[in-house]
Write a protein that binds this ligand. Structure first.
Ligand code: FES
Length: 157
């Protein structure tokens, strides 16, 4: 009888274990919440072109005039898609996200438009919105050609 009593865990040990588990769960929850909040704020409020780093995304010859090419820009702290558009007389860099509800737009060669799969907004090769619920043109990133490199920076619009 006393043997059986010894093998059962003490109630105070169980309470202590639950307290430690509860504390660890709360601590991990706080850490994850802050990490998620930081990432979400960087996404919603990315650094401007003045504070974001510029990043080399290729050489000028890597970009075919009139054919948008998607690159990854990490200068604002998180990986973000940017379409680089080489034109005859200038370069454009458009943020991947639709100005309606931030879905990623895709370039469709056949129609010559950026199309948003979520609610059907479309944008021309200059980023102007052509149709759908998007309230404005695609946002622009800083883009510069320096020497043998094409550099992308933070958002400028
Ligand atoms: S998110 Fe692009 S049209 Fe709604």
């Amino acid at each position: 009888m006393s043997e059986a009593k010894r093998s059962r865990p003490d109630e105070s040990d169980q309470a202590s274990t639950l307290d430690r588990r509860g504390f660890l769960s709360i601590a991990i929850g706080f850490v994850l919440s802050f990490a998620y909040l930081g990432t979400a704020l960087r996404f919603l409020y990315p650094p401007s072109a003045r504070t974001a780093e510029t990043q080399k995304v290729g050489r000028p010859d890597d970009f075919v005039p009139g054919k948008p090419r998607l690159v990854t820009y990490t200068g604002a702290g998180v990986g973000d898609g940017v379409y680089i558009v080489r034109r005859e007389d200038h370069w454009d860099a458009f943020d991947l996200h639709c100005t309606h509800l931030e879905c990623p737009v895709g370039w469709y060669e056949r129609t010559g438009e950026f199309l948003c799969p979520c609610h059907g907004s479309s944008f021309d090769i200059s980023g102007r919105n052509l149709g759908g619920p998007a309230p404005g043109p695609l946002r622009r990133h800083l883009v510069e050609v320096r020497g043998d490199g094409v550099y992308v920076g933070g958002l400028i619009t």
